[in-house]
Design a binder for this molecule. Structure first.
Ligand code: NDP
Ligand code: KPL
Length: 308
């Protein structure tokens, strides 16, 4: 398959690397000049289990590519999605499928607004990756993808994308309720990402504190209430099972979540698409969400004191 990764940071680079290794023609698209230059000069530096290799994958700014792609994998931060969709608009047509696996609530609606005619698939992933500098990623642990086609996707396209992800060992699973998958993942991120960012720890360290367990329940129960009002069958039990499974070191445990990485490099976070989205919807629906509200404010405060 000819694949462009739109947003080739930590996760886009991981997926681009794995998809290229399994025989696809991959191009990494991004907006960070030093990152593109480093990949084109030396190759993408990929460190796995302490071993570093340099992998040749073409990288470019979106404006500089004009090929037809079978698949565009969107992997920006939620707040960069709209801008990226505008910058790749010349690449979008009825024959180019879009798959978005970024974290957060609201990405689907943004893509539908900016790419209404595209074959569209969305989902979530529990793979992890760390961008340690321009052109350099560290890949640890294992993961999987939950995804579903939303509109304009033929059976052949769906099968081809599923097979391509499976051949790249990305462990795709078709979801029969992708909104539930997205909310379940957003709930997980609203615990793991926000807590690790506030506590300055790895995912697996959250197991060490009784206070974390209590706070986690509060966040999850508020998610459950808002989800129910929105018709999404996210239960406390389902959310907690997913969160607790991700704490294992061979899953996401031995990892600083992406939000922690944002703060460490002085950038804004996706908080408004996670705990913040629940706080806003809770206000609109008249459902109390004090834990998610406070966490959102604390993360915004953290952004303001660390922003470069
Ligand atoms: N990292 C992870 O382990 C996981 C992440 N996710 C999700 O995947 C999506 C993509 O996240 P992720 O890959 O982590 O995003 P990254 O932060 O690695 O990359 C996003 C973009 O941020 C900019 N950027 C990143 N680092 C720097 C830097 N040091 N200096 C300047 N600009 C920088 C670049 O774009 P630009 O130049 O346009 O700003 C980059 O393409 C998010 O929704 C995230 O929540 C999901 C599962 C795991
Ligand atoms: C890997 C995981 C699940 C950790 O919270 C994640 O989605 C992230 O880092 O954004």
């Amino acid at each position: 398959m000819k694949i462009a990764i739109a947003g080739s940071g930590a996760m886009g680079s991981r997926f681009g690397y794995m998809l290229q290794q399994s025989g696809n023609d991959v191009t990494l698209l991004d907006l960070w000049p030093e990152h593109i230059a480093a990949i084109n000069d030396k190759g993408l530096s990929v460190e796995t289990n302490g071993k570093q290799q340099f992998v040749q994958i073409p990288a470019a700014f979106p404006k500089d590519v004009h090929d037809h792609y079978d698949l565009i994998l969107l992997f920006t931060k939620a707040m960069q999605l709209e801008d990226m969709l505008q910058k790749i608009s010349h690449l979008l047509d009825k024959e180019t499928a879009i798959l978005c696996l970024s974290n957060g609530i609201g990405n689907l609606e943004t893509i539908q607004k900016f790419a209404p005619k595209s074959p569209l698939l969305v989902g979530t992933t529990l793979w992890t990756s760390e961008l340690v500098g321009p052109g350099s990623v560290i890949l640890n642990g294992s993961g999987y993808i939950e995804f579903q086609s939303i509109e304009n996707v033929s059976h052949e396209t769906l099968t081809a994308i599923n097979d391509t992800l499976a051949e790249a060992q990305l462990n795709p699973r078709e979801s029969d309720n992708v909104l539930l998958s997205i909310w379940k993942k957003a709930c997980l991120n609203s615990v793991l990402n926000s807590f690790c960012t506030l506590l300055d720890c790895k995912v697996m360290d959250l197991n060490k504190s009784e206070y974390v367990a209590t706070l986690k329940d509060k966040v999850v129960l508020e998610f459950q209430d808002v989800a129910k009002a929105k018709g999404i069958p996210l239960t406390e039990k389902l959310a907690l099972t997913t969160i607790n499974a991700a704490l294992a070191p061979d899953q996401a445990g031995d990892h600083y979540p992406s939000m922690h990485q944002d703060i460490a490099s002085g950038r804004r976070t996706e908080i408004d698409y996670l705990n913040g989205a629940i706080a806003v919807m809770g206000r609109e629906l008249g459902i109390p969400t004090p834990a998610n509200e406070l966490i959102t404010e604390l993360i915004h405060a953290r952004e303001e004191v660390t922003l470069k």
